[in-house]
Design a protein around this ligand. Structure first.
Ligand SMILES: [Fe+2]
Length: 266
């Protein structure tokens, strides 16, 4: 099997075909499916664009893009079954992705090592951190998927929060109330460059800060560069309360990003 442009195009068609069964007359349900479908396709394209900076083999570039396409395939069955994307109330959607891929024999053309690698990357895109693995290839693919997934979520929330700022957005994120408070535990995590724990989220502001804290979990400088150049974080900071504590975090984050980007300048 040759992993090339043609292969990826065929897989995108297969993906669109797979999604047809989840059509719904309900507008909200349709919007939920479309959200994840668009995310999957954007992650695939973004992965194809950025992967050449990480992988020297063109087949690895296509593989990384393909993993991007299918990484959230569990989302559709999850929403279909439970009417929700909240993993903590339903099912780990990355685990469910593996079940779907295995049940539909989607990966049967790959050798067993590559199947393991694909499953490893998918499972680990939805974890607090990547589990250990003796094969560095497994880790790199998992790291790369996490980065492109985060970039696309930044892209999405950047648009969403901009709409929010002009009063057009919906304010429902993980059922968190949009109150002018920030949990000190969330602040502390970011100042210590730790990932914010889901259990510490109390308000929508906490969630925005959780997303900002992802910059400390970005693995590849090329991904950080995209986040920086597109000014995704600026938009999130703009929709946070203008307090001394938030300004401190903003200063620290911008400083740390600049340092990391400067360090790797040729
Ligand atoms: Fe996901």
């Amino acid at each position: 099997m040759i992993l090339d442009e043609k292969y990826l195009k065929e897989k995108k068609s297969w993906f669109r075909e797979y999604l047809r069964q989840f059509g719904s007359l309900d507008k909200d349900v349709q919007a939920a499916f479309s959200l994840k479908a668009q995310h999957s396709l954007r992650v695939c394209d973004l992965a194809e664009e950025l992967a050449p900076f990480i992988f020297s083999d063109s087949q690895d570039v296509i593989l990384a893009a393909y993993i991007g396409l299918i990484h959230d395939i569990g989302r559709f069955e999850q929403y279909h079954t439970y009417g929700s994307f909240a993993d903590r109330d339903t099912v780990d959607h990355a685990w469910l992705a593996q079940q779907v891929l295995s049940r539909l024999k989607v990966l049967q053309d790959f050798d067993s090592n590559t199947i393991d690698l694909i499953n490893f990357a998918i499972l680990n895109h939805n974890r607090y951190s990547i589990e250990n693995h003796s094969d560095p290839r497994f880790i790199i693919f998992a790291q790369f998927l996490r980065d492109v997934d985060k970039i696309d979520i930044f892209y999405f929330v950047h648009i969403h929060y901009q709409q929010d700022a002009i009063g057009q957005g919906k304010k429902v994120v993980l059922d968190l109330p949009d109150l002018p408070r920030i949990n000190p535990a969330v602040m502390a995590a970011i100042m210590e460059e730790r990932q914010v724990a889901i259990k510490d989220l109390r308000t929508l502001n906490d969630f925005k800060l959780l997303q900002i804290g992802w910059v400390y979990d970005i693995n590849f400088v090329v991904a950080l560069k995209v986040i920086h150049e597109k000014k995704y974080l600026d938009t999130i900071f703009r929709v946070l309360p203008d307090t001394a504590a938030v300004r401190d975090i903003c200063k620290k984050i911008n400083h740390d990003i600049t340092v990391r980007l400067d360090e790797t300048k040729p």
